[in-house]
Ligand binder design. Sequence first.
Ligand code: IMP
Length: 425
Amino acid sequence: MPATILVGTQWGDEGKGKATDLLGDRMDLVVRYQGGNNAGHTVRAGEHTLKLHLVPSAILSPGVTPVIADGVVVDPGVLLEEMDELEARGIDTSRLLVSANAHLIMPYHLELDRVTERYLGRNRLGTTKRGIGPAYADKATRIGLRVQDLTDEKIFREKLEVVLKEKNAILSRVYNRLPLRADDIVRDYLGYGERLAPHIADTSAVLYRALREGKRVLLEGAQGTLLDLDHGTYPFVTSSNPVAGGALVGTGLGPKEVDRVIGVTKAYVTRVGSGPFPTEDEGQAGARMQDRGQEFGTTTGRRRRCGWFDAVLLRYAARVNGLTELFLTKLDVLSGLRSVKVCVAYRYEGAVFEDVPPHQSIVHRAEPVYEELEGWPEELSEARGVDDLPPAARKYVERLADLGDVPVGTVSVGPSREQTVEVGL
Ligand code: IMP
């Protein structure tokens, strides 16, 4: 049975947590394929609410195996902390699998993420400072340490000592920071390795076998299309590939293993960190979205920038991911507006762009061309079927599907599982 990919179509924070929660329950394995603890979603565990950054939220569904695949960068201390928190709330984490090939976030990655952002000053990227970029950089430079290295002291120490020589020189001579001690890192990381050992696996082989056995597999992307290293608004991106293609590389599965690509799309747009955002609204409408949508980052608590729906970006996301359907989230947040705007194209120096302009500086300076649709005063949080949506809201959803040329499969009208409308528009 082919796998399903779930990907964010915007700058992350589209509400993938809700979509994964809903779909994940119908799956046998739920897999994270890229990113690290820069992502985050809030989950309910019994009485408690907790924030997960690394462990797939499928950990809460007893029949589902959560997998952290090859393309993820793992901060093992953070991973174990999350597992401990879950265990403390009575949630069994023994099923969790972590790829032996996943790269490790090391203490010098955290340190370098912080100091380089400071060094960039007003040109900073606004990273989450979790060491993500430096860890992926070392992976590409081929000096990264991997999860499997945690189980072999000799190899771990050998690799670390080579890397640390360079990192310490940079930290102390360029950034005036104290050097890090190899012994401290070896002690901490081998301790993590001991605890993680039962979870370490060849996850690519596990997934391949599971698909052969007819199991249902969901490949869950973190962040979103526009934060993709190759296809996002570079350089204001993350250092991995959230797009659907990244799911194949990040898991070690071939393209024929997937037949469904769900794009999670928020009914308006948000972004944290720096970078272009053509439909950003710094006025009342944006403030209203921020407030009603509770738009604060799960990982850093930062206020998210808000703006109108951007169909140029949706078309782009549909193309680069090969989306087969949309999961539209937070439609309820837009209730009460007299009219709702949708950006259908960009205008720059007299030229109109219906697709993302080929040069980044045009994206920075482009003016959105808006279509204005009728708003709806009704609250939507009780809607459970298409007929419960007021005509104006339904028209809005239909228009987005039309502009993106992708059918909308599901509309979410609130955080709980029940607050969901299956549409198939
Ligand atoms: P990094 O991934 O920490 O290197 O940050 C790079 C950019 O991606 C910054 O603009 C971050 O705000 C953004 N980013 C990283 N993870 C997320 C996420 O899960 N949601 C939204 N933005 C993110």
